[in-house]
Design a protein around this ligand. Structure first.
Ligand code: SAM
Ligand code: SF4
Length: 457
């Protein structure tokens, strides 16, 4: 497949011409971003050069855009690591093949169900299955079997997958098993750096990886999750390349990235990389998240526990719309975390709060935790989702479903959050100016109180 949609020459030209916008030019870009039309490469590159106080304006704008598209809700999920066996040798990862110290483990579908049940008991309803690349232990058939086993055996309503690129037939197998988003990070779009960081294994083929989203979409997976691993190469280059990749998908399939993740490179036991080649400091990182929200108003922006509690809390109001909570990054890590033979973690987790503590923090920021999985089950996916979002209709579903799923959590978990949570639900209901909508939600809240579950709009 032709992968020239990543045009390094063009990106370098734009970066060379970029200047930090000041005064009226900055205002002009921010006003345009607030129309939810997204940003082109040049505006994005300019904003990424902004320093000092002006950054705050960009973060505030990002917060407003996120609220306009998704309301105050923050989607909550947890990763479930299936396997840390890997035939690749990514220099930065603890799972890499050459890490001989690593304790390896691959969950059987039955073991994965038990982990999923533990997460469901905590309150999770949406999980991200994660695994290394292995032709047998992480084959599409094995992942599909696990997906079906979890749907049948645990109260989990949507499974997303973060695994290696697949063929069209294999993607189709996962689509038929009923996955939500398929997520693959390009790690770095810079070909030379990519070659250094991925010296062996299937992942060393840049083109196979960068064309994976095309194959996923051809196989009928409408929602793809994208991202880069910040720290490998110049973050400005990576963001511009990511925008080129997304523009290519929109042009070809009518849908861009359903989600964009912003992983920052973290220390990992057994990684081969001793030093982060292009560190992104905290201030730059906040700007990156905010600028992505301006450039891609309809993408879910995902922030994981690679970031500290303080950073995650701050970014809840600067563009982020989805966060993981209470995460373990090793296979079997939820039920078996203290055993001496616990499998190796993929990287160090920087926010080790449990789910309840994260929910408290979300509420403390004036946001509403959401365990919603409705869109994936109501065919609001792929190009349909983008059309609906473009008409400003995501809020019609996101807020009500956040309130319904949060109510369910409060009913089922006696963890001291109930009073506060109920108050948050009441305040949100009072803020809805449409009596019909309020009635609709109140009716469903009452059904949940009486014991009905999985009620959504
Ligand atoms: N093996 C699959 C792959 O590489 O695409 C999917 C799972 S991999 C465990 C998920 C992601 O973790 C990778 O795409 C990479 O961006 C990220 N990752 C790997 N090592 C990391 C580290 N040391 N710090 C932060 N993120 C890391
Ligand atoms: Fe394997 Fe993925 Fe880690 Fe690379 S990032 S070593 S492919 S698990």
């Amino acid at each position: 497949m032709n992968t020239l949609f990543i045009d390094e020459r063009r990106i370098n030209e734009v970066m060379q011409e970029a200047r930090p916008p000041k005064g009226s030019r900055l205002r002009d870009i921010l006003e345009r971003a607030e129309t939810l039309s997204g940003l082109g490469l040049a505006d994005t590159a300019d904003l990424l050069m902004v320093t000092g106080e002006d950054r705050l304006q960009i973060m505030e704008t990002a917060g407003r855009i996120k609220r306009r598209v998704y309301g105050d809700r923050i989607v909550i999920f947890a990763p479930l690591y299936l396997s840390n066996e890997c035939s690749n040798n990514c220099l930065y990862c603890g799972f890499r093949h050459g890490n001989e110290e690593a304790v390896r483990r691959s969950l059987t579908p039955e073991e994965a169900v038990r982990e999923a049940q533990a997460l469901a008991a905590m309150g999770h309803r949406r999980l991200l299955l994660v695994c290394g690349e292995h032709s047998r232990l992480s084959s599409a058939a094995r992942i599909a079997d696990t997906v079906q086993a979890i749907y049948a055996g645990a109260d989990i309503r949507r499974l997303h997958v973060n695994a290696a690129p697949l063929s069209i037939d294999d993607f189709r197998m996962l689509q038929e098993a009923g996955i939500g988003v398929f997520q693959i990070f390009q790690e770095t779009y810079h070909r030379k750096t990519y070659a250094v960081m991925h010296p062996s294994g299937r992942k060393s083929d840049y083109n196979w990886r960068v064309s994976a989203m095309d194959r996923a979409m051809k196989a009928g997976i409408g929602d793809v999750g994208m991202g880069v691993l910040f720290g490998l190469y110049d973050h400005r280059f990576e963001i511009l390349a990511l925008l080129q990749h997304i523009a290519h998908l929109r042009q070809s399939f009518g849908a861009g990235a359903h989600t964009v993740s912003v992983p920052r490179l973290r220390p990992a036991a057994g990684a081969a990389l001793q030093k982060i080649p292009y560190p992104v400091d905290d201030e730059q990182f906040k700007l990156v998240v905010a600028v992505l929200r301006l450039a891609l108003p309809y993408a879910g922006i995902v922030l994981t526990t690679r970031e500290s509690a303080g950073m995650r809390d701050e970014l809840l109001t600067a563009g982020v719309s989805q966060i993981s909570a209470g995460s373990s990054t090793s296979p079997g890590g939820y039920l078996d975390k203290d055993s001496e033979t616990a499998a190796v973690d993929q990287f160090k987790v920087y926010d080790d709060r449990n789910l309840k503590e994260v929910l408290e923090a979300v509420c403390g920021k004036g946001c509403i935790p959401s365990f919603c999985t409705a869109c994936y089950r109501s065919e609001r996916t792929g190009a349909r989702f983008f059309k609906m979002a473009g008409k400003g209709r995501t809020g019609d579903f996101c807020l009500p479903n956040a309130l319904l799923t949060f109510k369910e959590y409060l009913q089922d978990h006696d963890d001291g959050l109930k009073e506060r949570g109920e108050e948050i639900i009441r305040t949100a209901l009072n803020g809805i100016n449409d009596e019909l909508v309020t009635d609709l939600i109140e009716n469903r809240l009452a059904r949940i109180e009486k014991g009905e579950r999985d009620v959504f709009i």
